[in-house]
Design a protein around this ligand. Sequence first.
Ligand code: C6P
Length: 422
Amino acid sequence: MSREYDADVAVTAKTTLDAQRLRADFPIFEQTFHGKPLAFLDSAASSQKPRQMLEAMTHFYETSYANVHRGVYQLAERATEALELSREKVRALLNAPSAREVIFVRNATEGINLVAYAWGLSNLGPGDLVVVTELEHHSNFVPWQYIAHRTGAGFRMIPLDDHGQLRLDELDSIAREGNVKVVATGVVSNSLGTMNPVDRLAAWAHEHGAIMVADGAQSAPHMKMDVQALGCDFVAISAHKMCGPSGVGALWGKAELLERMEPFLTGGHMIRSVGVDDSTWGELPHKFEAGTAPMAEAVGFGAAIDYLTEIGFDAIERYEHELAAYALDKLAELPWVTSYGPPADRRAGIVSFNVDGVHPHDVAQVLDFEGIAIRAGHHCCQPLMRKLGVAATNRASFYLYTIPDEIDRLVDGLHKVRKAFG
Ligand code: C6P
Protein backbone atom coordinates (compact mmCIF):
# COMPACT_ATOMS: atom_id res chain seq x y z
CA MET A 1 0.00 0.00 0.00
CA SER A 2 1.31 3.45 -0.90
CA ARG A 3 1.99 5.64 2.14
CA GLU A 4 2.52 8.80 0.06
CA TYR A 5 -0.32 10.57 1.82
CA ASP A 6 0.44 9.29 5.32
CA ALA A 7 2.45 12.26 6.63
CA ASP A 8 4.55 12.08 9.77
CA VAL A 9 2.23 12.57 12.73
CA ALA A 10 4.72 12.09 15.54
CA VAL A 11 3.75 13.86 18.72
CA THR A 12 6.20 16.39 20.13
CA ALA A 13 5.97 15.14 23.73
CA LYS A 14 6.21 11.40 23.68
CA THR A 15 6.36 9.87 27.12
CA THR A 16 3.93 11.49 29.55
CA LEU A 17 1.53 14.24 28.78
CA ASP A 18 3.39 17.52 28.84
CA ALA A 19 0.76 20.11 27.91
CA GLN A 20 3.27 22.93 27.74
CA ARG A 21 5.30 21.07 25.12
CA LEU A 22 2.24 19.87 23.22
CA ARG A 23 1.13 23.48 22.80
CA ALA A 24 4.03 23.94 20.41
CA ASP A 25 2.18 21.62 18.01
CA PHE A 26 -0.78 24.04 17.83
CA PRO A 27 -0.17 27.15 15.67
CA ILE A 28 -3.22 28.90 17.12
CA PHE A 29 -1.32 29.57 20.34
CA GLU A 30 1.17 31.75 18.50
CA GLN A 31 -1.38 34.56 18.41
CA THR A 32 -2.62 36.94 21.06
CA PHE A 33 -6.21 38.07 21.56
CA HIS A 34 -6.85 41.52 23.03
CA GLY A 35 -3.11 41.61 23.53
CA LYS A 36 -3.13 38.51 25.77
CA PRO A 37 -2.06 34.93 25.12
CA LEU A 38 -5.00 32.76 24.18
CA ALA A 39 -6.47 30.69 27.03
CA PHE A 40 -8.68 28.43 24.95
CA LEU A 41 -11.14 26.86 27.39
CA ASP A 42 -13.76 25.88 24.81
CA SER A 43 -12.47 22.59 23.47
CA ALA A 44 -15.78 20.81 24.13
CA ALA A 45 -17.25 23.01 21.38
CA SER A 46 -14.38 22.25 19.02
CA SER A 47 -10.72 21.52 19.63
CA GLN A 48 -7.71 23.31 18.21
CA LYS A 49 -5.61 21.65 15.51
CA PRO A 50 -2.05 20.34 15.69
CA ARG A 51 0.33 21.08 12.85
CA GLN A 52 0.75 17.34 12.22
CA MET A 53 -2.93 17.00 11.32
CA LEU A 54 -2.91 20.14 9.16
CA GLU A 55 0.17 18.91 7.31
CA ALA A 56 -1.40 15.51 6.67
CA MET A 57 -4.34 17.20 4.94
CA THR A 58 -2.08 19.48 2.90
CA HIS A 59 0.11 16.54 1.96
CA PHE A 60 -2.94 14.61 0.77
CA TYR A 61 -4.11 17.52 -1.37
CA GLU A 62 -0.63 18.03 -2.79
CA THR A 63 0.24 14.41 -3.54
CA SER A 64 -2.78 12.12 -3.49
CA TYR A 65 -5.93 14.02 -4.37
CA ALA A 66 -8.59 12.56 -6.68
CA ASN A 67 -12.13 11.30 -6.16
CA VAL A 68 -12.25 7.99 -4.30
CA HIS A 69 -13.82 4.64 -5.22
CA ARG A 70 -14.29 5.70 -8.83
CA GLY A 71 -11.10 6.12 -10.87
CA VAL A 72 -8.89 3.23 -11.98
CA TYR A 73 -5.82 5.43 -12.42
CA GLN A 74 -2.97 5.38 -9.90
CA LEU A 75 -3.77 8.72 -8.30
CA ALA A 76 -7.39 7.78 -7.66
CA GLU A 77 -6.28 4.47 -6.17
CA ARG A 78 -3.90 6.31 -3.87
CA ALA A 79 -6.70 8.61 -2.71
CA THR A 80 -8.94 5.61 -2.08
CA GLU A 81 -6.21 3.92 -0.06
CA ALA A 82 -5.83 7.06 2.03
CA LEU A 83 -9.54 7.19 2.81
CA GLU A 84 -9.68 3.49 3.65
CA LEU A 85 -6.58 3.74 5.84
CA SER A 86 -8.39 6.42 7.86
CA ARG A 87 -11.44 4.18 8.14
CA GLU A 88 -9.18 1.51 9.58
CA LYS A 89 -7.78 4.06 12.07
CA VAL A 90 -11.33 4.89 13.23
CA ARG A 91 -12.03 1.17 13.56
CA ALA A 92 -8.95 0.70 15.73
CA LEU A 93 -9.78 3.83 17.78
CA LEU A 94 -13.17 2.38 18.69
CA ASN A 95 -12.04 -1.27 18.81
CA ALA A 96 -14.79 -2.06 16.31
CA PRO A 97 -14.79 -5.60 14.92
CA SER A 98 -14.71 -4.51 11.28
CA ALA A 99 -13.96 -1.41 9.18
CA ARG A 100 -17.11 -2.22 7.15
CA GLU A 101 -19.03 -1.02 10.21
CA VAL A 102 -17.42 2.45 10.16
CA ILE A 103 -19.38 5.00 8.15
CA PHE A 104 -17.98 8.44 7.43
CA VAL A 105 -20.54 11.13 8.14
CA ARG A 106 -20.31 14.93 8.51
CA ASN A 107 -20.40 14.85 12.31
CA ALA A 108 -21.91 13.07 15.31
CA THR A 109 -25.25 14.79 14.69
CA GLU A 110 -25.50 13.31 11.22
CA GLY A 111 -24.50 9.88 12.54
CA ILE A 112 -27.30 9.92 15.10
CA ASN A 113 -29.81 11.18 12.54
CA LEU A 114 -28.75 8.33 10.28
CA VAL A 115 -29.72 5.79 12.94
CA ALA A 116 -32.88 7.64 13.95
CA TYR A 117 -34.16 7.78 10.36
CA ALA A 118 -32.79 4.58 8.86
CA TRP A 119 -33.48 2.35 11.88
CA GLY A 120 -36.19 4.29 13.67
CA LEU A 121 -38.63 4.88 10.82
CA SER A 122 -38.80 1.15 10.04
CA ASN A 123 -38.70 -0.24 13.57
CA LEU A 124 -40.71 2.09 15.81
CA GLY A 125 -44.45 2.41 16.23
CA PRO A 126 -47.23 2.98 18.77
CA GLY A 127 -46.58 1.17 22.07
CA ASP A 128 -42.80 1.45 21.64
CA LEU A 129 -40.58 3.70 23.74
CA VAL A 130 -37.50 5.71 22.90
CA VAL A 131 -35.52 6.50 26.05
CA VAL A 132 -32.98 9.34 26.21
CA THR A 133 -31.53 11.20 29.20
CA GLU A 134 -32.23 14.51 30.83
CA LEU A 135 -28.66 15.69 30.20
CA GLU A 136 -28.63 14.76 26.56
CA HIS A 137 -27.23 17.10 23.93
CA HIS A 138 -29.95 18.12 21.45
CA SER A 139 -28.15 16.05 18.79
CA ASN A 140 -29.08 12.84 20.62
CA PHE A 141 -32.43 14.15 21.81
CA VAL A 142 -34.22 16.00 19.00
CA PRO A 143 -33.72 13.34 16.27
CA TRP A 144 -35.23 10.72 18.58
CA GLN A 145 -38.07 12.97 19.72
CA TYR A 146 -38.85 13.77 16.07
CA ILE A 147 -38.79 10.14 14.90
CA ALA A 148 -40.84 9.08 17.94
CA HIS A 149 -43.48 11.66 17.01
CA ARG A 150 -43.48 10.56 13.38
CA THR A 151 -43.87 6.88 14.22
CA GLY A 152 -46.26 7.23 17.19
CA ALA A 153 -43.69 5.83 19.64
CA GLY A 154 -43.43 7.22 23.17
CA PHE A 155 -40.45 9.34 24.24
CA ARG A 156 -39.05 9.33 27.80
CA MET A 157 -36.07 10.82 29.62
CA ILE A 158 -34.04 9.13 32.35
CA PRO A 159 -34.04 11.88 35.00
CA LEU A 160 -31.00 13.24 36.82
CA ASP A 161 -30.26 13.37 40.52
CA ASP A 162 -29.07 16.56 42.20
CA HIS A 163 -25.44 15.78 41.32
CA GLY A 164 -26.16 15.63 37.59
CA GLN A 165 -25.99 11.83 37.46
CA LEU A 166 -28.55 9.54 35.84
CA ARG A 167 -31.18 8.03 38.14
CA LEU A 168 -30.94 4.38 37.19
CA ASP A 169 -33.50 3.60 39.90
CA GLU A 170 -36.10 5.05 37.49
CA LEU A 171 -35.41 2.49 34.75
CA ASP A 172 -37.94 -0.09 35.91
CA SER A 173 -40.79 2.39 36.04
CA ILE A 174 -39.86 3.69 32.55
CA ALA A 175 -39.89 0.13 31.22
CA ARG A 176 -43.44 -0.36 32.50
CA GLU A 177 -44.67 2.40 30.20
CA GLY A 178 -44.07 0.62 26.89
CA ASN A 179 -41.76 -1.58 24.81
CA VAL A 180 -38.32 -0.04 25.18
CA LYS A 181 -36.89 -0.08 21.64
CA VAL A 182 -34.13 2.56 21.73
CA VAL A 183 -31.89 3.76 24.55
CA ALA A 184 -29.80 6.78 23.53
CA THR A 185 -27.25 8.45 25.77
CA GLY A 186 -24.06 10.44 25.62
CA VAL A 187 -21.00 8.78 27.09
CA VAL A 188 -19.92 12.13 28.56
CA SER A 189 -22.18 15.15 29.07
CA ASN A 190 -21.01 18.25 27.22
CA SER A 191 -22.53 20.53 29.85
CA LEU A 192 -21.62 18.90 33.16
CA GLY A 193 -18.85 16.50 32.18
CA THR A 194 -20.81 13.64 33.79
CA MET A 195 -19.54 10.23 32.72
CA ASN A 196 -22.58 8.04 32.15
CA PRO A 197 -22.76 4.31 32.94
CA VAL A 198 -23.21 3.36 29.28
CA ASP A 199 -22.31 -0.30 29.79
CA ARG A 200 -25.10 -0.67 32.39
CA LEU A 201 -27.59 1.15 30.18
CA ALA A 202 -26.58 -1.06 27.25
CA ALA A 203 -27.23 -4.17 29.35
CA TRP A 204 -30.64 -2.78 30.35
CA ALA A 205 -31.44 -1.88 26.72
CA HIS A 206 -30.58 -5.37 25.53
CA GLU A 207 -32.62 -7.02 28.32
CA HIS A 208 -35.59 -5.24 26.76
CA GLY A 209 -34.63 -6.05 23.17
CA ALA A 210 -33.76 -2.39 22.50
CA ILE A 211 -30.84 -0.94 20.57
CA MET A 212 -28.25 1.11 22.46
CA VAL A 213 -27.08 4.29 20.75
CA ALA A 214 -24.13 6.09 22.34
CA ASP A 215 -23.14 9.63 21.52
CA GLY A 216 -19.36 9.59 21.76
CA ALA A 217 -18.83 13.22 20.73
CA GLN A 218 -17.44 14.20 24.14
CA SER A 219 -15.73 10.93 25.04
CA ALA A 220 -13.81 9.91 21.91
CA PRO A 221 -11.49 12.96 22.12
CA HIS A 222 -10.59 12.34 25.75
CA MET A 223 -10.62 8.65 26.69
CA LYS A 224 -10.17 5.20 25.25
CA MET A 225 -13.42 4.04 23.72
CA ASP A 226 -14.15 0.39 23.16
CA VAL A 227 -17.51 -0.17 21.52
CA GLN A 228 -17.39 -3.87 22.29
CA ALA A 229 -16.75 -3.32 26.00
CA LEU A 230 -19.46 -0.66 26.14
CA GLY A 231 -21.89 -3.13 24.59
CA CYS A 232 -23.44 -0.51 22.28
CA ASP A 233 -25.07 -1.04 18.91
CA PHE A 234 -24.19 2.38 17.48
CA VAL A 235 -21.65 5.06 18.42
CA ALA A 236 -21.34 8.48 16.77
CA ILE A 237 -18.27 10.76 16.97
CA SER A 238 -17.03 14.05 15.43
CA ALA A 239 -13.44 14.61 14.27
CA HIS A 240 -13.44 18.35 14.96
CA LYS A 241 -13.60 17.81 18.72
CA MET A 242 -10.55 15.53 18.66
CA CYS A 243 -7.85 17.55 16.89
CA GLY A 244 -9.29 16.66 13.48
CA PRO A 245 -10.91 18.83 10.84
CA SER A 246 -14.52 19.95 10.75
CA GLY A 247 -16.85 18.31 8.23
CA VAL A 248 -16.17 14.68 9.08
CA GLY A 249 -17.19 12.26 11.78
CA ALA A 250 -17.94 8.58 12.04
CA LEU A 251 -20.83 6.35 12.88
CA TRP A 252 -20.00 2.87 14.02
CA GLY A 253 -22.81 0.34 13.97
CA LYS A 254 -23.10 -3.44 14.30
CA ALA A 255 -22.96 -4.98 10.83
CA GLU A 256 -26.06 -7.11 11.34
CA LEU A 257 -28.11 -4.00 12.14
CA LEU A 258 -26.61 -1.82 9.41
CA GLU A 259 -27.20 -4.56 6.86
CA ARG A 260 -30.91 -4.74 7.69
CA MET A 261 -31.39 -0.96 7.61
CA GLU A 262 -32.66 1.11 4.71
CA PRO A 263 -30.28 3.80 3.46
CA PHE A 264 -30.41 7.28 4.96
CA LEU A 265 -29.20 9.39 2.01
CA THR A 266 -29.44 8.14 -1.55
CA GLY A 267 -27.60 9.08 -4.75
CA GLY A 268 -24.16 8.37 -6.21
CA HIS A 269 -21.78 5.72 -4.88
CA MET A 270 -24.22 4.04 -2.46
CA ILE A 271 -25.97 1.91 -5.09
CA ARG A 272 -25.40 -1.55 -6.55
CA SER A 273 -27.60 -1.00 -9.60
CA VAL A 274 -30.11 1.60 -10.78
CA GLY A 275 -33.03 0.93 -13.08
CA VAL A 276 -36.04 2.99 -14.10
CA ASP A 277 -38.34 1.18 -11.71
CA ASP A 278 -36.03 0.41 -8.82
CA SER A 279 -32.52 0.59 -7.40
CA THR A 280 -30.50 -1.68 -5.13
CA TRP A 281 -27.93 -0.72 -2.54
CA GLY A 282 -24.20 -1.27 -2.27
CA GLU A 283 -22.36 -3.18 0.44
CA LEU A 284 -21.38 -1.72 3.80
CA PRO A 285 -20.14 0.89 4.43
CA HIS A 286 -20.90 2.35 0.98
CA LYS A 287 -24.67 1.93 1.34
CA PHE A 288 -24.57 4.78 3.86
CA GLU A 289 -22.02 7.00 2.10
CA ALA A 290 -23.93 8.69 -0.71
CA GLY A 291 -22.02 11.24 -2.80
CA THR A 292 -18.36 12.20 -2.74
CA ALA A 293 -16.76 11.42 0.62
CA PRO A 294 -15.08 14.05 2.85
CA MET A 295 -11.74 12.75 1.57
CA ALA A 296 -9.10 15.16 2.83
CA GLU A 297 -11.12 15.54 6.03
CA ALA A 298 -11.05 11.78 6.56
CA VAL A 299 -7.27 11.81 6.06
CA GLY A 300 -7.02 14.61 8.64
CA PHE A 301 -9.24 12.56 10.97
CA GLY A 302 -6.83 9.63 10.62
CA ALA A 303 -3.85 11.87 11.36
CA ALA A 304 -5.63 13.27 14.43
CA ILE A 305 -6.25 9.73 15.68
CA ASP A 306 -2.53 8.97 15.21
CA TYR A 307 -1.65 12.12 17.12
CA LEU A 308 -3.93 11.30 20.07
CA THR A 309 -2.93 7.65 20.11
CA GLU A 310 0.72 8.58 20.28
CA ILE A 311 0.07 10.79 23.32
CA GLY A 312 -2.08 8.03 24.84
CA PHE A 313 -5.73 8.24 25.80
CA ASP A 314 -5.05 7.15 29.38
CA ALA A 315 -2.63 10.04 29.81
CA ILE A 316 -5.11 12.49 28.26
CA GLU A 317 -7.98 11.31 30.46
CA ARG A 318 -5.88 11.38 33.63
CA TYR A 319 -4.56 14.85 32.88
CA GLU A 320 -8.01 16.27 32.19
CA HIS A 321 -9.37 14.79 35.43
CA GLU A 322 -6.59 16.63 37.26
CA LEU A 323 -7.46 19.88 35.51
CA ALA A 324 -11.17 19.48 36.32
CA ALA A 325 -10.37 18.79 40.00
CA TYR A 326 -8.08 21.83 40.12
CA ALA A 327 -10.70 24.07 38.49
CA LEU A 328 -13.50 22.83 40.77
CA ASP A 329 -11.34 23.46 43.86
CA LYS A 330 -10.53 26.98 42.66
CA LEU A 331 -14.16 27.78 41.86
CA ALA A 332 -15.25 26.43 45.27
CA GLU A 333 -13.15 29.20 46.86
CA LEU A 334 -15.45 31.79 45.26
CA PRO A 335 -18.67 31.97 47.33
CA TRP A 336 -20.38 33.95 44.55
CA VAL A 337 -19.86 31.18 42.01
CA THR A 338 -22.20 28.19 41.69
CA SER A 339 -20.77 25.07 40.02
CA TYR A 340 -22.92 22.34 38.53
CA GLY A 341 -22.38 18.64 38.05
CA PRO A 342 -20.76 15.67 39.77
CA PRO A 343 -17.54 15.56 41.83
CA ALA A 344 -14.26 15.69 39.92
CA ASP A 345 -13.63 11.94 40.06
CA ARG A 346 -16.87 11.29 38.20
CA ARG A 347 -16.48 13.82 35.43
CA ALA A 348 -14.39 14.59 32.37
CA GLY A 349 -12.56 17.89 31.82
CA ILE A 350 -15.61 20.15 31.78
CA VAL A 351 -16.83 22.58 34.44
CA SER A 352 -20.08 24.54 34.26
CA PHE A 353 -20.78 27.42 36.60
CA ASN A 354 -22.59 30.71 37.10
CA VAL A 355 -21.52 33.95 38.73
CA ASP A 356 -24.25 35.28 41.04
CA GLY A 357 -26.29 37.97 39.36
CA VAL A 358 -24.27 38.10 36.13
CA HIS A 359 -25.56 36.70 32.85
CA PRO A 360 -23.19 34.09 31.38
CA HIS A 361 -22.84 36.09 28.15
CA ASP A 362 -21.54 39.06 30.16
CA VAL A 363 -19.11 36.77 31.99
CA ALA A 364 -17.83 35.36 28.71
CA GLN A 365 -17.44 38.81 27.21
CA VAL A 366 -15.39 40.17 30.12
CA LEU A 367 -13.21 37.04 29.98
CA ASP A 368 -12.71 37.52 26.25
CA PHE A 369 -11.00 40.85 26.96
CA GLU A 370 -8.56 38.84 29.10
CA GLY A 371 -7.81 36.51 26.18
CA ILE A 372 -9.90 33.71 27.72
CA ALA A 373 -12.36 31.81 25.54
CA ILE A 374 -15.18 29.96 27.28
CA ARG A 375 -18.67 29.04 26.14
CA ALA A 376 -21.77 30.66 27.62
CA GLY A 377 -25.29 29.52 26.82
CA HIS A 378 -27.50 26.46 27.07
CA HIS A 379 -24.88 24.27 25.37
CA CYS A 380 -27.60 22.62 23.23
CA CYS A 381 -29.01 21.08 26.42
CA GLN A 382 -32.22 22.94 27.15
CA PRO A 383 -33.88 20.08 29.09
CA LEU A 384 -30.81 19.99 31.36
CA MET A 385 -30.87 23.78 31.86
CA ARG A 386 -34.52 23.47 32.90
CA LYS A 387 -33.54 20.80 35.43
CA LEU A 388 -30.79 23.07 36.81
CA GLY A 389 -33.28 25.93 36.97
CA VAL A 390 -31.15 28.25 34.84
CA ALA A 391 -31.38 29.60 31.29
CA ALA A 392 -27.66 29.25 30.68
CA THR A 393 -24.29 28.53 32.28
CA ASN A 394 -20.66 29.36 31.69
CA ARG A 395 -18.59 26.38 30.65
CA ALA A 396 -14.83 25.92 30.69
CA SER A 397 -13.62 22.80 28.94
CA PHE A 398 -10.10 21.43 28.86
CA TYR A 399 -7.93 19.42 26.54
CA LEU A 400 -4.42 18.07 26.24
CA TYR A 401 -3.02 21.58 25.58
CA THR A 402 -4.69 23.23 28.58
CA ILE A 403 -2.29 24.36 31.32
CA PRO A 404 -3.18 25.08 34.98
CA ASP A 405 -2.08 28.69 34.48
CA GLU A 406 -5.11 29.14 32.19
CA ILE A 407 -7.40 28.03 35.01
CA ASP A 408 -5.72 30.57 37.29
CA ARG A 409 -6.33 33.21 34.63
CA LEU A 410 -9.98 32.14 34.46
CA VAL A 411 -10.33 32.63 38.21
CA ASP A 412 -8.60 36.04 38.05
CA GLY A 413 -10.94 36.95 35.22
CA LEU A 414 -13.96 35.99 37.32
CA HIS A 415 -12.78 38.41 40.02
CA LYS A 416 -12.77 41.11 37.31
CA VAL A 417 -16.29 40.10 36.29
CA ARG A 418 -17.39 40.39 39.91
CA LYS A 419 -15.82 43.83 40.18
CA ALA A 420 -17.29 45.07 36.88
CA PHE A 421 -20.82 43.93 37.76
CA GLY A 422 -20.73 44.71 41.46
N1 C6P B 1 -21.32 20.00 21.38
C1 C6P B 1 -20.60 21.96 22.59
O1 C6P B 1 -20.20 23.11 22.67
P1 C6P B 1 -21.51 17.92 16.14
O2 C6P B 1 -21.97 19.34 16.08
O3 C6P B 1 -22.42 17.00 15.40
O4 C6P B 1 -20.08 17.74 15.80
O5 C6P B 1 -21.59 17.50 17.68
C2 C6P B 1 -22.83 17.52 18.30
C3 C6P B 1 -22.71 17.05 19.69
C4 C6P B 1 -23.27 15.85 20.04
N2 C6P B 1 -23.16 15.37 21.27
C5 C6P B 1 -22.50 16.02 22.22
C6 C6P B 1 -22.39 15.41 23.60
C7 C6P B 1 -21.92 17.26 21.95
O6 C6P B 1 -21.26 17.90 22.89
C8 C6P B 1 -22.03 17.80 20.64
C9 C6P B 1 -21.47 19.15 20.31
C10 C6P B 1 -20.74 21.32 21.23
O7 C6P B 1 -20.88 21.30 23.58
C11 C6P B 1 -21.50 22.20 20.28
S1 C6P B 1 -23.16 22.42 20.76
